[in-house]
Design a binder for this molecule. Structure first.
Ligand code: CP3
Length: 344
């Protein structure tokens, strides 16, 4: 089975010889070629150069037995396209210059033309799609509205995004309007990635798990559906990754998606029981890879057995429960991918 055929079969619920595998952040600083590229160009320069985004997206496919690629970009391209001024400092993470604190800040967002200013990402998808020559599946992605809002309100990273969580309750109308705006730009942006050749797109709700289920259902799910419902009506596929969202499982069914990416704390069987017809993806703890090849292989074998319990493992995609840590050894990643491939 060719990788893309395996990947599409898993998405469609057809027979698979084994679950396809890709890894969140599979192109990144743990790879020497990525670090070499980043010595030459800044992160934004890299994101805007299709030859380079394709080069770094292909490197993990050349090294490891992976079945899908992900376009190289970042979720913060959306606030950047809205004119918020996003920079990536060395080490301390992203900084957003023009934080969202009031209705007048929101009024200053440059919504008109934002999707066009994001055209460089669909160009990266087109370029990568051509290089994949139909051999591999291809993911596009974007940040989910709340995760983007969290960065816009905080002005950068945070452990608890308290300012963003406070805004939801103190100024719910402003928060809803900002979430709807982010959603509408994202819907258009993801449609463009699908039209450029992405087989499926993933919404990263990295910080959604900070919210209780009621707040998530009130603010996040309507914004997510503004993205997913029109995309799915056009025949595009969408996955949702709600990191730290075990407690959100009872409400996530309202997201209108094809599948869920599970974080490492989620119980695979419990998720499968709740979502028998959805694609499920995940969910090895990235920390296992830092512990070495043996614990990684053992955990992978166990997870693959759980995947096989329903329908011979179709509608399952093997992945980590969050992105690969930058200190991960490429040898361990190779061992993991070999292990998954050996289960065919
Ligand atoms: O291989 C892939 O998975 C594709 C590339 C990808 C990047 N960012 C590249 C990147 C993806 C899917 C993302 C998504 C992303 N970006 C998320 C959601 C997923 C997650 O990890 O939870 C979030 C929250 C961001 C925001 C972001 N971008 C942060 C917080 C940082 C700095 C911290 C860090 O990990 O470096 C970035 C920068 C970034 N995005 C890097 C990469 C490879 C590192 C930049 C560098 O080269 O120095």
């Amino acid at each position: 089975m060719n990788s893309r055929a395996r990947f599409l079969a898993a998405l469609n619920g057809a027979h698979v010889d084994r679950p396809p595998v890709w890894l969140m952040r599979q192109a990144g600083r743990y790879l020497p070629d990525y670090r070499a590229v980043r010595k030459q160009v800044s992160f934004w320069e890299l994101c805007h150069a299709p030859e380079l985004t394709t080069r770094v997206a292909l490197e993990p496919l050349a090294r490891f037995k992976l079945d899908a690629a992900i376009v190289f970009s970042d979720i913060l391209v959306v606030p950047q396209a809205l004119g918020l001024g996003v920079t990536f400092g060395t080490g301390e993470g992203p900084v957003i210059e023009r934080r969202l604190t009031s209705a007048s800040d929101l009024a200053a967002w440059q919504v008109r033309g934002a999707a066009e200013r994001l055209g460089f990402v669909s160009q990266a998808v087109t370029h990568l799609k051509r290089a994949l020559e139909g051999h591999y599946g291809l993911f596009g992605f974007a940040g989910a509205p709340f995760t983007l809002l969290a960065y816009c309100v905080e002005g950068g990273g945070s452990d608890d995004f308290l300012r963003a969580r406070t805004l939801l309750h103190r100024e719910p109308a402003l928060a809803e309007k900002a979430l709807a705006t982010l959603a509408d730009v994202t819907a258009e942006y993801l449609a463009a990635q699908c039209e450029a050749g992405a087989d499926v797109v993933q919404l990263f709700d990295t910080w959604g798990g900070l919210l209780d289920a009621q707040t998530y259902a009130r603010f996040c799910l309507p914004a997510i559906r503004r993205i997913t419902t029109p995309l799915r009506k056009r025949g595009h596929r969408v996955m949702l990754f709600a990191r730290g969202g075990q407690h959100l499982l009872p409400v996530l069914g309202e997201a209108d998606v094809d599948g869920f990416s599970l974080d490492w704390r989620m119980d695979w069987r419990a998720a499968r029981q709740r979502f028998p017809g959805h694609v499920l993806q995940g969910n090895l703890d990235p920390a296992l890879l830092l512990a070495g090849a043996e614990p990684t292989r053992a955990a992978a074998t166990q997870l693959l057995a759980q995947m096989r319990e329903a329908e011979g493992g179709t509608r399952c995609i093997f992945n980590l429960g969050h992105g690969i840590h930058k200190d991960t050894s490429p040898e361990v990643v190779a061992a993991l991918c070999d292990e998954v491939a050996a289960h065919g």
